[in-house]
Design a binder for this molecule. Structure first.
Ligand code: NDP
Length: 450
C-alpha cells in the first residue's frame, strides 16, 4: 500500500478504533486503490481520502414507542449521510438489534461506491435502528415506524436524502414510514422513499431487483469466464428479499438451488428447493425456514451452532450466494468453499465476506462478484422508481427489468475493464473499487474542498 493510503487507514483505525465493521470496509476499499493513488498525486494534495472516509453528516435520534401492552420502549435511530457529491443521499434503512454506528457507517460508505457504479445520480447514505421487528405485532411495527419517521422526516427529501428498505424493512414498513411522512409534511412527495407499494408510487420489479440483478451480474461474470448458470448447483445464505429473488432468477437460468437458510439454520433439498413454499413461509407467514420440512419431509434441516460455519456453506455446490448479513464467510468458511470446489461466490448481502476470506478465495481462483457491484440492482431500480415518480408515470415490469439487466451488465463490464486496465486479471473486487473510486473522486475534485 502507498504511504498516503497507509496514513489514512491508520488515522481511521485510530479515530474510529471501536468501529470494527467500518474499519474493515475502509481497509477493503483502500487496499485496492494503490494503482490509482500512485498515478495521481493530486488526491493527496487535496486530502481527498481523508474527506472520503469521513461522513458528511451523522444523525442519531431517540425512537420511543408503546407496545401492545402499554409498555414504553426506547430505540436508537440513525441516518448517515455519507457522500452527496454525485446526487441526493440514497440508501436503505435497516431494523435489526445488531445495528450500531459502525454498521451504519460501513453500509453508508459501501453505498457511496455502489451508487457510483450504477451510473445514476445518487450519493451514498444509510440508516436504521436497533429495533428488533421479530415477534412484534403489525400495530407495534406501525407505531415504531411512525415514531421513527417523526424524527427522520426533517432530514430527508426527494432532492436531499431518499431512504429505502434493507434488513427488517420491506414494503410494509416503507408504507408506514411513507404514511407518517405524508401526514407530517402535508404534501405528496412520492420520491422521498423508494420500495413503495405499487398503489402509491412504487416501481414494478423493485422487489425483485436486488436478487435478479445479482444473477444478471453472475451471468455476465460466468460468461466472461466461458461458463453459464445452467445445471449449476447453488446454495443461498438467507431467505429474505434478496435471497428469494436471486433464487428465482437462478432457477430461471437453469440452475438448481439446493440450500437456503435463515439465522437459525439451513434447509438442504437435493431435488431443488420449492421456491413457492419458501415464499409462503417467509414472505407471507413470516415463519422459520425449518417449516419447509412440513411439506418436504425428505429435505434435511441443519441447525446453526454458535461459532461454527453456518451449515448453508458446508453443502457441496458450484455457486454460493451470501444474501443474509455481513461477515458470514470468514477464512475458515472460505477454506470449506475451496475444498468443495466452489467456482463462484456472488455477494447479495453487503460485506458478507471478511477481508481475509476475500483474499483466500481470490488466491484460489474462485470468481468473486463483489457486493458493491453485484447487489447494486436494488438501489439502481430505486433510482428508476424516483425517475418514474418525478415523471408521474409507471414503466411496465419488462421495461424496468430490461433497464436493470442493462445496468448490471454495464456494471460488470466496467469492473472487468478496470481490472484489465490495471492488470488485475479476474479480480473484480479491485475492479469495482477502482471504477467506483474514479467516479466519486472525479465529482469530489470538481466540487472543491467541502
Ligand atoms: P431481509 O430482512 O428480507 O432478509 C434477511 C435474511 O438474512 C433473512 O433470511 C434473515 O434471517 C437473514 N439474516 C439477517 N440477519 C442475520 C444474521 N445476523 N445472521 C444470519 N442471518 C441473518 O433482508 P434483505 O434480503 O433485504 O437483505 C439481505 C442482505 O442484502 C443485507 O446484507 C442487505 O444489506 C443486502 N442488500 C439488500 C438490498 C435490498 O434491496 N433489500 C439491496 C442491496 C443489499 P432471519 O429471518 O432469521 O432474520
Amino acid at each position: 500500500m502507498s504511504n498516503y493510503l497507509e496514513k489514512v487507514l491508520a488515522e481511521v483505525n485510530n479515530k474510529d478504533s471501536h468501529e470494527v465493521e467500518f474499519k474493515q470496509a475502509v481497509a477493503e476499499v483502500l487496499s485496492s486503490l494503490k494503482p490509482v493513488i500512485d498515478r495521481h498525486d493530486e488526491f493527496r494534495r487535496v486530502s481527498l481520502l481523508e474527506r472520503l472516509v469521513e461522513p458528511e453528516r451523522i444523525i442519531t435520534f431517540r425512537v420511543p414507542w408503546v407496545d401492545d401492552d402499554g409498555n414504553i420502549h426506547v430505540n436508537r435511530g440513525y441516518r448517515i449521510q455519507f457522500n452527496g457529491s454525485i446526487g441526493p443521499y440514497k440508501g436503505g434503512l435497516r431494523f435489526h438489534p445488531s445495528v450500531n454506528q459502525s454498521i451504519m457507517k460501513f453500509l453508508a460508505f459501501e453505498q457511496t461506491f455502489k451508487n457510483a457504479l450504477t451510473g445514476l445520480p445518487i450519493g451514498g447514505g444509510k440508516g436504521g435502528s436497533d429495533f428488533d421487528p421479530k415477534g412484534k405485532s403489525d400495530n407495534e411495527i406501525m407505531r415504531f415506524c411512525q415514531s421513527f419517521m417523526s424524527e427522520l422526516y426533517r432530514h430527508i427529501g426527494h432532492n436531499l436524502d431518499v431512504p429505502a428498505g434493507d434488513i427488517g424493512v420491506g414494503a410494509r414498513e416503507v408504507g408506514y414510514l411513507f404514511g407518517q411522512y405524508r401526514k407530517i409534511k402535508n404534501t405528496y412527495e412520492a420520491g422521498v422513499l423508494t420500495g413503495k407499494g405499487l398503489s402509491y408510487g412504487g416501481s414494478l420489479a423493485r422487489k425483485e431487483a436486488t436478487g435478479f440483478g445479482l444473477i444478471y451480474f453472475m451471468r455476465e461474470m460466468l460468461k466472461a469466464n466461458n461458463m453459464t448458470l445452467e445445471n449449476k448447483k447453488v446454495s443461498i445464505s438467507g431467505s429474505g428479499n434478496v435471497a428469494i429473488y436471486a433464487a428465482q432468477k437462478a432457477i430461471e437460468y437453469g440452475a438448481k438451488v439446493v440450500a437456503m437458510s435463515d439465522s437459525n439454520g439451513c434447509i438442504y433439498d437435493e431435488m431443488g428447493i420449492d421456491l413457492d413454499e419458501i415464499k409462503r413461509i417467509k414472505e407471507k407467514e413470516r415463519l422459520r425456514i425449518k417449516e419447509y420440512l412440513v411439506e418436504y419431509p425428505n429435505a434435511i434441516y441443519m441447525e446453526n451452532t454458535q461459532g461454527e460455519t453456518p451449515s448453508v456453506y458446508t453443502v457441496p455446490v458450484d455457486i454460493v450466494l451470501p444474501c443474509a448479513t455481513q461477515n458470514d464467510i470468514n477464512l475458515e468458511t472460505a477454506k470449506i468453499l475451496v475444498q468443495n470446489s466452489v467456482i463462484a461466490v456472488g455477494e447479495g448481502a453487503n460485506m458478507p465476506t471478511t477481508n481475509e476470506a476475500i483474499q483466500y478465495l481470490l488466491e484460489n481462483n474462485v470468481l468473486l462478484a463483489p457486493a458493491k457491484a453485484a447487489n447494486a440492482g436494488g438501489v439502481a431500480t430505486s433510482a428508476l422508481e424516483m425517475s418514474q415518480n418525478s415523471m408521474r408515470y409507471s414503466w411496465s415490469f419488462d421495461e424496468v427489468n430490461q433497464k436493470l439487466d442493462m445496468i448490471m451488465t454495464n456494471i460488470f463490464n466496467m469492473c472487468a475493464a478496470t481490472a484489465q486496465e490495471y492488470d488485475l486479471g479476474t479480480n473484480y473486487v479491485a475492479g469495482a473499487n477502482i471504477a467506483a473510486f474514479k467516479k466519486v473522486s472525479d465529482a469530489m475534485m470538481a466540487q472543491g474542498v467541502i
